[in-house]
Design a protein around this ligand. Structure first.
Ligand code: HEM
Length: 571
């Protein structure tokens, strides 16, 4: 301290202090990965709303204790009793005031209808998310309350296609809400950058290269090989089980393998399809997304709960990302996978990503690139099995386009992109195969007008993805039925309404899914290869109602009852 105080030159002192801060920060980041939860709390904490509240309450309690002991001359036991009574009353009074205000006509969102509990506490929507049925609960609530629904004290869900443009798709799309803050994790991946400008910079300079048509062509060979592994795995896994295969699990393994190689190239040497998921990687990835999704509804609670062992799961993926990135770096490979673009950065004037950001980016890619696609593919096969005639139309189209195709050979992606029925099946599977919630954004300064309704500044707003995907206004007739024909514009379908701009599966605009072109490529090749190679049906004991009831979505989708299919090899 003396040394610092005696430092005459203030500029030197500032330089010294900021150098020390950087050093401490670097050490924090390194320590965070190798230490237990407790040392992580001590070493890495960044003050958050939750921390400040705890500090305020503890400080208040000590001040009161001090005053009671010194000014009022109370003995320790009585003083402590007073402190406990006072603090408890104060917390209850705060909660009570908040509840009364939130439910009162003076609240800025008072005019929006919704269930009482949703209006007074975010915990209600967090519980709805935790149930895994948010997608259908919110859809039903909209049917009851109308297009504007208050889902939380400061949150509105808008089930109108007119809201999609202003909130997500326009050049002035709104910033992401605090639901995207990742607890106390250092670094930031694309998905978690809430500010539109910062997000755009990261997307353009580090990610975009990996999703150009050239880059996707470079990856097509890998995609083809990994999909052939899927066909082999389906054949292998069906042996000894009367031809019955757990297709949803096989697709999860396939998506992890494909995405792993898409990100890390040869450094990703795993093969979950062949070896099984011995380390439970699929479950870890799903659980991480689930924790994030539930706690994201109550960000201030996330700040406090972050210190529980529950969130240790976030560090498990970080360690794996670090290992694979180190391996990818040591290979000095020029193969243009995602890690190549992330490591290369945007050019001379653009700084490289820090190690911690790099790890976050690859974790984002694993999370984003695996569950959505395996879910949509599971639904595609489910609906094709439920609708054998439609499956036959598709098979005929594919056999005509590839008369001599060996299922293990490569199917030309250009041709796949032009097949009308295949692409209609893909669109319909993406529409019904994404039981997603909404993607929360925040209204900017001055608020906003949506469909003639004023939304106050700072309100958290979202368009419910599933409700839009199955809305009669957007997709009719029979919005919940699997009708690929609705995507084919011809004289047989004059009465069909198909509003593709309202489909929310990939969201829209600057924060929308960057992996969309890859996802379409994956959907086309996997569906085509399986339909060409196998005929499939449900085993006798399979119950479609139980399957549909068991679909849970907490951003990641899981199936309480896996999709079981009986497969017969055709070619
Ligand atoms: C059928 C499959 C897929 C679906 C349904 C899907 C859906 C979505 C949605 C809805 C978002 C926006 C989420 C939000 O704003 O909260 C998103 C973002 C994202 N997706 Fe996908 N996705 C799929 C496949 C992929 C694939 C294969 C990748 C490849 C790595 C990918 C990478 C990403 C990334 C990086 C983001 C964050 C984009 C950003 O913040 O700018 N996705 N995805």
């Amino acid at each position: 301290m003396k040394a610092i105080l005696s430092c005459a030159n203030t500029r030197h002192f500032i330089a010294f202090a900021s150098g020390m801060m950087r050093l401490v920060q670097r050490q924090r980041v390194e320590k965070y990965r190798s230490h237990s939860q407790l040392s992580y709390i001590i070493l890495c904490r960044r003050p958050t709303r939750g921390d400040i509240w705890l500090l305020y309450e503890t400080g208040g309690a000590f001040c009161l204790l001090f005053l009671l002991r010194t000014v009022a001359q109370e003995n320790l036991r009585t003083a402590l009793q007073y402190v406990v009574v006072f603090m408890t009353t104060q917390v209850f009074a705060l909660c009570f005031t908040a509840v009364v205000y939130r439910a009162s006509p003076f609240h800025p969102l008072a005019k929006f209808p919704g269930p009482f509990l949703n209006k007074i506490t975010s915990l209600k929507i967090a519980l709805t998310v935790a149930s895994g049925r948010r997608y259908s609960i919110i859809e039903k609530l909209h049917k009851k309350y109308g297009p504007f629904l208050r889902t939380g004290p400061n949150t509105i869900s808008i089930n109108l296609h007119q809201a999609v443009g202003p909130i997500y798709a326009s050049s002035s799309a709104w910033n992401k809400s605090a639901a995207y803050s990742l607890g106390q994790l250092p670094g930031a991946g694309l998905f978690f950058i809430r500010d539109r400008e910062a997000h755009n910079f990261r997307k353009r300079h580090y990610w975009a290269g990996a999703f150009t048509s050239n880059a996707l062509s470079d990856n097509y060979f890998m995609l083809n090989c990994r999909t052939n592994f899927l066909l082999d795995a389906l054949a292998r896994r069906s042996q000894g089980l009367r031809g019955v295969v757990d297709v949803s699990t096989a697709l999860q393994h396939w998506s992890h393998d494909v995405t792993g190689e898409f990100i890390f190239g040869d450094a990703y040497s795993k093969n979950l399809l062949r070896d099984g998921d011995r380390r439970g990687e699929v479950a870890v990835a799903i659980f991480e997304m689930e924790v994030f999704e539930v706690l994201g509804e109550v960000p201030s609670l996330f700040d406090v709960l972050w210190y529980l062992p529950l969130t240790r799961i976030f560090r498990a993926m970080d360690v794996s990302a670090e290992r694979l990135l180190a391996l990818r770096r040591s290979q000095a490979s020029q193969k243009r996978n995602l890690a190549y673009y992330l490591l290369k950065g945007g050019g001379n004037s653009i700084p490289s990503l820090s190690d911690v950001d790099l790890r976050q980016e690859t974790i984002v890619a694993v999370q984003a690139g695996t569950n959505g696609i395996s879910t949509a593919l599971t639904f595609a096969l489910y609906y094709l099995t439920r609708n054998p005639k439609k499956c036959e139309i598709l098979r005929d189209e594919l056999q005509l386009a590839f008369p001599d195709a060996d299922p293990d050979g490569s199917l030309d992606p250009q041709i796949l992109g032009t097949l009308p029925y295949l692409n209609a099946v893909v669109e319909e599977s993406l529409r019904l195969g994404a039981p997603l919630g909404s993607f929360p954004r925040v209204t900017g300064k001055g608020g906003a007008m949506i469909a003639g309704t004023y939304i106050p500044e700072g309100t958290i707003v979202g368009v419910p993805a599933w409700a839009q995907n199955v809305s009669e206004d957007n997709f009719s007739p029979s919005p919940t039925s699997f009708l690929p024909e609705r995507w084919l514009r011809n004289e047989d379908t004059p009465d069909m309404c198909t509003r593709s701009s309202a489909m929310m599966t990939f969201s829209h605009g600057p924060f929308g899914c960057i992996g969309k072109p890859l996802a379409y490529q994956e959907m086309r090749i996997v569906i085509s290869k399986i339909v060409l190679a196998y005929s499939f049906s449900f085993p006798v004991e399979f119950n479609t109602e139980i399957f549909e009831d068991g679909v849970r979505n907490l951003r990641a989708t899981s199936f309480s009852m896996p999709l079981l299919l009986e497969l017969d090899r055709l070619r």
